[in-house]
Design a protein around this ligand. Sequence first.
Ligand SMILES: [Fe+2]
Ligand SMILES: [Fe+2]
Length: 350
Amino acid sequence: MHQHRTPENISDHIALIITKTLRFFADTFFAKRYGHRAVVLETVAAVPGMVGGMWIHLTCLRKMQSDRGWIKILLDEAENERMHLMTFIEIAQPKWYERMIILAAQAIFWNFYFLLYVFFPRTAHRLVGYFEDEAVISYTSYYEQVSSDLTLNVDAPQIAKDYWNLPNDAKLLDVIKVVRADEQKHADVNHGRADSLDKPDRLTAIKKEPNFTKVNPVNIQSYTDANYHIYDKPLFVINIGVESSGLNKLYEKYGVNEAAVLTAYNPMSQETNDNDNKKNNKQLEIILKDQKLSYIRAEGICPDNKWPGEESFLVLGLTLNAAKDLGTKFKQNAIVWSDHSTISQLILLR
Ligand SMILES: [Fe+2]
Ligand SMILES: [Fe+2]
């Protein structure tokens, strides 16, 4: 069963308590009427993205700063949730009292979420992360219900086939699957944003104004949050924006004052099969050997282990330009590079 991310502080606990309380009401009111549940809850789910997008937009106007791509991400989330609503309205028509609940819920929730977002944006994103975790759980139960009674597995509404490019003979089960995948994505985005609001200092270590990059902000976030394991003896970890005593020791040992973490894995951050990844990395290693560069095996690992680790190399004494060239040659979105300060920077290449 899908689990919630473990709360780490008071803000997380408050978000989780609100989520569990609302879940209790939803469970009591709708029980197993998942179609109706979806219609009512999707009208609420489409609110936070619009509030967050709007607030970031206004903040960027006031502070005259970049939004780092977040306005679009959040507005897209709101639109995606509205498409969930438009889809499920074809499957379950809300009763008059459900329409009343929708009106009341919107009036309360819009204002509540707006205030929460202005004063506690981290809690606001965590709350949506938890809501989306719940949505994944609910759609999983809906999926199980329809699978065990195939008379419920009606044809997919046309609007869903158009929006998700589903085949002509798609059924409700296919729709639930793609909707659940959307909810999972929203959970990742919102939990990720809540995490990043904890450590804004790391973002200052990104070189290249992220507003002018073609790299997806969600990817930038995961490169920034990743742990770069350096398989020296003993192993140590490099993080973006953080000084590293392990790296300092290697600088002294090799008599250098710069280093880069490079990989040839997953060009453009498109998941690539293991064989191709290993082949590309072998080529990178051959180049390092040809250029007589000292390197140590490394691995870029997502803190929540959502992606398989990427085998990499810590290359010692590599200038920024040489590191960029190698990253570009192997079609990487970004590389990690550290100067004499041993503070690692994320260098975007596109
Ligand atoms: Fe949704
Ligand atoms: Fe959602």
